[in-house]
Every structure is written in structure tokens, then in C-alpha cells.
Design a protein around this ligand. Structure first.
Ligand code: ATP
Ligand code: MG
Length: 265
């Protein structure tokens, strides 16, 4: 089954065009805006498996490519997830690629230009990518620090699709589709999020994403009040020190039914 994905603009067509011409794709956008869902959706549309690799500081090129391991007394080469994905002609999804070190990402250079090949120096093997192999990376530009910048030589290898939140009507449709709550409940949740997103310049936190609205709607669907759900899923996670101002709480509460009122309407 193809995971449902509500497109924001022309990203579905651009992704298909990139796949047709065997070009790698970079997705950028805030947390919870649908990057992972988009990759799952496109993989199902294109009938390709997805191999997801979560990037972090300690990720080495051997973690990606593979290494010699001792198995029952023999030393044998074991492909890493990237090599396996290339051999299988899969979609390899490197999540939060900005977290990986530059030297680990260097192995991707030959894969993301005209060569489309992985050089496994240690195994003495060159793995050519089949036409169905696609590399997709993502990162959230808001987390970027000067220490963790992708190099231009890396960024410029990708077709970059910059993603954001959906329009209010489409975001409400996502919430309904994902949780089954009433459309009016979904619309009120989106109104809350929009109020916070608009006030964002004054507060220095990443605004609430579609993900937190879906989570709030999940609680509402099983009996939480809208206020309870918004407090727990939308407001509380905004800042790590719990410093949500009363002003913000009032702005949000103004658009919701009074506490105690159940919202299965
Ligand atoms: N465009 C969309 N279509 C359908 N569902 C969406 C969409 N955007 C967000 N969602 C919902 O929000 C949830 C979070 O989206 P997703 O995991 O794709 O975000 P993300 O951009 O990968 O976030 P992160 O950067 O934190 O990994 C999804 O599980 C889905 O319920
Ligand atoms: Mg994701």
C-alpha cells in the first residue's frame, strides 16, 4: 500500500524526473513536515525498497560501505547498508545527513556524479549503481550550526527540494486522514499551529509541525479534550525548559473549546 502523502507543490514530479535521470535528491525542511513520509510514498510509487540510514557523528565510511568481519573463523567482507542498497537498486535514504562527518560522506561523491559507482577500496571492488538505485538525503536547515555545514561540493550534487508546512486546508486534510478526527477539530488544531508559527519570530523555538498536530489529534480521537491534547503535544514540546509563555498559551486556548467540553462533535 502506498503511504498517503499530500503534496505541497511540484515535489512529486521533480522526484520522478530525478529518478528517471538517475539524479540524487536532497530534501530540506523543518521537523515533521513530511520528508520521511514523502520518501516512503515515492518509493512505493516507483516500486523500490527503501534502505534508511540515520546519520550521526560516529558514522564512518565503513559503516556505510562495509567491512571485513570474522565469521566462523573466516575473515569475510560484509556489505554495509549503502553498498547493499546500491547492489539491490534500492532507494537509499540518508536521514539528517548534516550530522555525518565530511570524511564519511566523501564516499558518496563517486556515487553522486556521472560515475555512479562505489569504490570499495578495502574489498578491491567497484560497485556500479543500476538505473533503479537512487540516493536521497535530508536535513533540517534549522539545526545547522557552523560546525555542521554540508560542503558546497556535496550540496551541488543534488536536486534539492525544499519542503515546508502545507497550506491550512491541506494540513487539516492530513490530520483527518491520519487520525479520523472531525474536520472542524483538525481545522482548530491547524489554527493553533498557525498562531504559534506566526508568533515564532518573537519566540526562538522551532514551530509546531504537522507531526505534533497529528499526535494531538490521535489523543483527541480517543477522548482527550482539545486543550489537553494541545498542551501535551503542541505546547509542551516547543521548548526544552518548559518556558512557554502564558501569552502564547492564551492565544492558543482562545481558539479551542472551553475545558471540559468533549470534542467528538
Ligand atoms: N505532506 C504530508 N502528507 C501526509 N502526512 C504528512 C505530511 N506531512 C506530515 N505528515 C504527517 O506528519 C508525520 C511526520 O512526518 P515525517 O515523519 O515525514 O516528517 P519529517 O519531515 O521526516 O520529520 P523529521 O525531520 O523530524 O524526521 C507523518 O507521520 C504524517 O502523519
Ligand atoms: Mg524524518
Amino acid at each position: 500500500m502506498t503511504p498517503t502523502y499530500y503534496a505541497n507543490a511540484n515535489e512529486v514530479q521533480l522526484f520522478e524526473q530525478a529518478y528517471t535521470r538517475a539524479l540524487p535528491v536532497m530534501l530540506t525542511g523543518p521537523t515533521g513536515c513530511g520528508k520521511t513520509r514523502f520518501v516512503e510514498h515515492m518509493a512505493a510509487l516507483l516500486r523500490r525498497p527503501v534502505v534508511t540510514i540515520s546519520c550521526h557523528d560516529d558514522l564512518t565510511s565503513s559503516d556505510l560501505l562495509g567491512r571485513f568481519m570474522v565469521t566462523r573463523g573466516d575473515v569475510v567482507w560484509t556489505d554495509g547498508p549503502l553498498t547493499r542498497a546500491v547492489k539491490d537498486g534500492a532507494i537509499c535514504y540518508l536521514d539528517e545527513v548534516v550530522e555525518a562527518r565530511h570524511d564519511s560522506l566523501a564516499v558518496l561523491h563517486s556515487l553522486t556524479d556521472h560515475r555512479r559507482a562505489l569504490y570499495l577500496d578495502r574489498a578491491g571492488e567497484v560497485v556500479r549503481a543500476p538505473g533503479t538505485f537512487m540516493l536521497v538525503c535530508s536535513y533540517n536547515p534549522a539545526y545547522r550550526s557552523s560546525l555542521k555545514e554540508l560542503k558546497p561540493s556535496f550540496r551541488q550534487r543534488f536536486v534539492t527540494l525544499s519542503m515546508g508546512y502545507l497550506s491550512a486546508a491541506r494540513e487539516a486534510a492530513v490530520i483527518v486522514a491520519e487520525t479520523g478526527v472531525d474536520a472542524r477539530v483538525a481545522e482548530r488544531l491547524v489554527t493553533c499551529a498557525t498562531a504559534i508559527r506566526t508568533a515564532d519570530a518573537a519566540f526562538h523555538f522551532e514551530p509546531p509541525s504537522t507531526r505534533v498536530l497529528v499526535t494531538a489529534a490521535q489523543l483527541i480521537a480517543v477522548g482527550a479534550t482539545e486543550l489537553e491534547a494541545v498542551e501535551a503535544c503542541v505546547l509542551a514540546p516547543l521548548s526544552s525548559d518548559g518556558a512557554i509563555t502564558d501569552g502564547l498559551r492564551e492565544v492558543v486556548a482562545a481558539g479551542l473549546p472551553v475545558p471540559g467540553e468533549r470534542t467528538s462533535r
